[in-house]
Design a protein around this ligand. Structure first.
Ligand code: NAD
Ligand code: TDX
Length: 338
């Protein structure tokens, strides 16, 4: 089988390619990635000489290049996106371009190339925000209610993917998953930002009152969920994917990391809240469990610790990532508060 993975040099795409080549060594994987600030080929040096792996630098908005690369592809696994909510608040246009227009370019090319499956990797953020203290969860039946430019652009892409299924018969699947954590995550996201700031002796910025809740999913569990959907999922279907945590708030996550690193709460800096900050996410993943036999296997405390250890050992990786344009972004977002 020949897979086209878009955004394979980013956090989840990298983990997916490493997972897929290890578990399906007979398959060919093309990694099509623009290499934005979030893309890093250093992540994939262990497979760059694998004859079943090929990297192509390109933009999913480039219709000519995408249609060229699509020839002979069996399945598309679409990760490429602008993925950080805070950046979408600073500048929304690249999110509309890559997440909406880029996804449409891929859909049109996939239809023309008659791919067997177009799998779209999406997010629980399209469902909006749940009430703190409630037991409500997001499921495949939840109405869309995106509240940031990021989640609105992902919602737009989800609708286009389903439109190509209903209108043109393109075989598609979608996964809407919760917050991933693990190795190779860009240190703009809460967990790697907290770990690397602590390693640098800096404070950890916590937005607002720190009581916002996320559902945390270890990245390998996410890769296994996509594998299950590609191999056993039904075309036209959506699957919600979530982790093992139950209503754990950001402050608790940061305190856990501090304790794991032998530090105390004095390193926490409460900073101004994110505009439109979604209060609570929680995922009901019973559909993918009942239909495809998937469930998360990685316990949060244990794999958070292993994630802390990974960043501690891979100082060279994140030091390189945190240099250059990252510094300007950090200053603009946190306005010198941390
Ligand atoms: P990331 O920001 O780490 O990586 C994105 C990758 O896409 C980068 O390698 C970047 O170079 C590439 N890219 C960006 N624009 C491109 C373009 N125009 N053409 C080609 N490549 C381009 O993102 P991630 O955290 O790995 O997320 C991957 C996908 O999973 C995204 O679609 C995101 O919406 C979704 N998702 C992420 C999470 C999470 O917690 N990280 C949760 C749910 C869903
Ligand atoms: O410095 C910070 N301080 C802080 O309190 C940062 C960067 C974040 N936060 C809070 C905001 C959120 O409540 O921590 C929580 C997690 O924030 P992020 O890591 O930025 O993730 P989130 O906004 O929840 O979105 C993530 O999960 C869903 C991914 O970035 C998305 O791509 C994915 O779709």
């Amino acid at each position: 089988m020949k897979l086209l993975v878009t955004g394979g040099a980013g956090f989840i795409g990298t983990n997916f390619i490493l997972y897929w080549l290890a578990h399906h060594p007979e398959d060919d994987v093309i990694n099509f990635d623009k290499l934005t600030y979030a893309g890093n080929l250093e992540n994939l040096t262990s497979v760059e000489k694998n004859p079943h792996y090929r990297f192509v630098q390109g933009d999913i908005c480039d219709a000519e290049h995408v249609s060229e690369i699509m020839k002979g592809i069996d399945m598309v696994v679409h990760f490429a996106a602008e993925s950080h909510v805070d950046r979408s608040i600073l500048e929304a246009a690249p999110f509309v371009m890559t997440n909406v227009v880029g996804t449409h370019v891929l859909l049109a090319a996939s239809l023309k190339a008659k791919v067997r499956r177009f799998h779209h990797v999406s997010t629980d953020e399209v469902f909006g925000s749940l009430k703190l203290g409630s037991t409500d969860t997001f499921s495949e039946r939840t109405s869309y209610d995106p509240r940031s430019p990021y989640s609105a652009s992902k919602a737009g892409s989800d609708h286009l993917v389903r439109a190509y299924y209903h209108t043109f018969g393109l075989p598609i699947t979608i996964t809407n998953c919760s917050n991933n954590y693990g190795p190779y995550q860009f240190p703009e996201k809460l967990i790697p930002l907290a770990i690397t700031n602590i390693l640098e002796g800096k404070k950890v910025p916590v937005y607002g009152d720190g009581l916002n809740v996320r559902d945390w999913l270890y990245v390998e569990d996410h890769c296994r969920a996509i594998e299950a959907v590609l191999l056993k999922g039904t075309s036209g279907e959506t699957y919600c994917v979530g982790g093992t945590t139950e209503d754990i708030n950001n402050l608790t996550v940061v305190k856990k990391i501090l304790a794991m690193m032998g530090k105390d709460a004095s390193l926490i800096e409460f900073v101004v809240d994110r505009p439109g900050h979604d209060r609570r996410y929680a995922i009901d993943w019973s559909k993918i469990k009942n239909e495809l036999g998937w469930q998360p296997q990685h316990n949060f405390d244990e794999w958070l610790k292993r994630t802390v250890d990974w960043y501690t050992v891979h100082g060279e990786w994140w030091h390189a990532v945190k240099s250059g344009s990252y510094q300007a972004y950090y200053k603009t977002l946190y306005k010198g508060a941390v």
